[in-house]
Design a protein around this ligand. Sequence first.
Ligand SMILES: O=c1ccn([C@@H]2O[C@H](COP(=O)(O)OP(=O)(O)O[C@H]3O[C@H](CO)[C@@H](O)[C@H](O)[C@H]3O)[C@@H](O)[C@H]2O)c(=O)[nH]1
Ligand SMILES: [Mn+2]
Length: 681
Amino acid sequence: MASEGEDVYATVLLSDSYLPGALVLAHSLKDAGTTKKIAVLVTTDTVSADAMAQLQTLFDFIIPVERIVNESQANLSLMGRLDLHSTFTKIALWKQLQFRKIVYMDADMVALRAPDELFDLSHPFSAAPDIGWPDLFNTGLLVLTPNMGDYYALLAMAQRGISFDGADQGLLNMHFKDNFNRLSFTYNVTPSAHYQYLPAYRHFQSSISATHFIGQNKPWNQGRDANRGSTPYDEMVGRWWAVYDRHYRESSVRSTPEGASTIVQYHTKGEFQPVAPAITITPTHQPEESDSEIFHPSAEQPLHETIEIPEEVEEAYVSPVQTNLEAESQPEPAPEPEYHPEPEITYAPWDASRGPPPADSMPEASNFPATHYDMSADPTPFKAPERYPDPPKDMYYEVPKTPTYQKPAPIFPWELNAPRASRVFPEDNDVGVPEPPSLIDPGPAPTDEEKPEDKSAPVTPTTPTIQLTPADPWQTYTRGNAWDDIPEIERYIGSLQKNRKGNIQVLQGYGSGIAEVSSPGARRQSMKLTDFPSELERPSLPVTPAPIRRPSFWGEERDEDGELPAAEGVPSQEDWDPAVQLEQLARRQSDVLANKLGKDGVHPREIPLRPLPYGSEGVASPTYVAQSPSGGATGLDSMPRTRIEEPSYKGPSAMWEKDETFPYKETPAGATEEEKDVLEN
Ligand SMILES: O=c1ccn([C@@H]2O[C@H](COP(=O)(O)OP(=O)(O)O[C@H]3O[C@H](CO)[C@@H](O)[C@H](O)[C@H]3O)[C@@H](O)[C@H]2O)c(=O)[nH]1
Ligand SMILES: [Mn+2]
């Protein structure tokens, strides 16, 4: 266990394939004489026990951590590094609170000197610039102070796959942005085989602390002969091999009693020499997956068993765990054939029963076209263009061919046998008595024969200035509608009216109303839907002038000249002088007002001649004073004429006086059967 607030160098091992790198890094630090301890974070599901055993020989702390995989690997494939799917695991560094400060180094780094002074930095987070985009920091070397705040923030981003390159460098740069202490490039020199700044390298060469082999090619997967030149890159690769050779060169390892470094050579291109007589196979034995559990090399804890293989089984060393990560860093399959002359290796590159598919196997549908959209960083607000393009011209709505209208289902019983509507014209019937079809009670419609005297006293308002001829067809029409005479409708409307009045209906003897209904020619004392206002109530223009005729497409209505026959008794529009008519209207209006209010304007008002609402006939109010008819201008002389006092308060209407009492009766139901009988006969 680490003592309180210890300083530690740390690296991460996600796969056996990077084992040579991690070991060389640790050796390089130790060889350079560091006073600090060295830790390695290991994902135990992808690192073999053999590799762990190797780590144990060198590292002070082996810390199992859970692998954090970036599920959205689009950006990784953009970078061509799908093998880096698990580098988010690096953020586990921030929760190693047992350490005061961590100098993290990638497993593909080698130290030329021990940069122990980095532990003295006060900044919570430091890193060196990245050669590919120097505004960013490279995440190969980090100086950090563990803390859970950064850890959880980074974890939240990692779980959402937030990283512009899909790996830890994109993630950490997005999280820390400019909040990092920029270290000298000499702490993390990333030589490139493609671009090198030779004079600068020569100038700063002596101050380089560590070098970092970024990219897919690592010294151990290229072989010792790959970079034999004298470029800065080759020189750096040479430094790596120098450390490797010091600790793992075949000659030096052969002498060790266990020969336990075989796995290191196996993962170092060109270094593996199969042991002829016996080989060591280590079954995968993985420690408990617990982040809190730290394996210390001093702990006497057998990590693996060694099985002796009989001599006749002449097999090459087979990696116990072919992890999904390891194949990636080895563009050419290892081990190379020249190291296995007899017999030929018989293991499949991927044993599905032992591990996941190799990382370099393309994901399914990897060739699907992918488009990446970025959020716009342009802060200027959107400005609408001057004008938008015109909509297409050839667009139209096609009216459906079949009409969608459906006649609604009948609600009322009389709808079932309703008569067809028809139009009747004067010329169709010279007699001039076109009786509109009436369902039940055609009685009230007067005819010329029956009521010749009524012609001078029409039910509808007429003008005193225009004399209607006896043959005037307008006079002969009924002014009612068919449904006015259907008691069902009357009852229906009555019930509506009743509800509107809060269920209180003023009732009084039906006698008078019924009498009126049955008396021919008289307007029924009922609540007709088409209850016209009386002439006095509605002192409107008596006649509307006949419209000026215009050509019409109603061909069947035209006469020979293409004109409709002129209506008799209706003045033509040419003869109509609006000024005169207005004057006449004004005169008539003042006459009516004078008649109603009296000349002094105080005289009791006169109730106009019109039928009272159904059921309210003859309501006797103690404050109403009956008034004898005085007009005589209409034929409604038989109608009761009532005079009421001006109401003593200004209410919405003067139906009843304030505080006045009147007989009333609540009738929640409609007319009784008895009443209906009377009405219908
Ligand atoms: O199969 C793998 C892959 C990675 N690692 C570890 O992850 C680190 C990062 O991978 P690496 O191959 O070193 O990445 P680079 O080529 O260095 O690429 C750059 O981009 C990476 C992803 O953002 C960063 O982690 C590096 O620091 C940065 O230099 C390695 O050093 C190892 O410690 C493994 O152990 N096994
Ligand atoms: Mn690296």
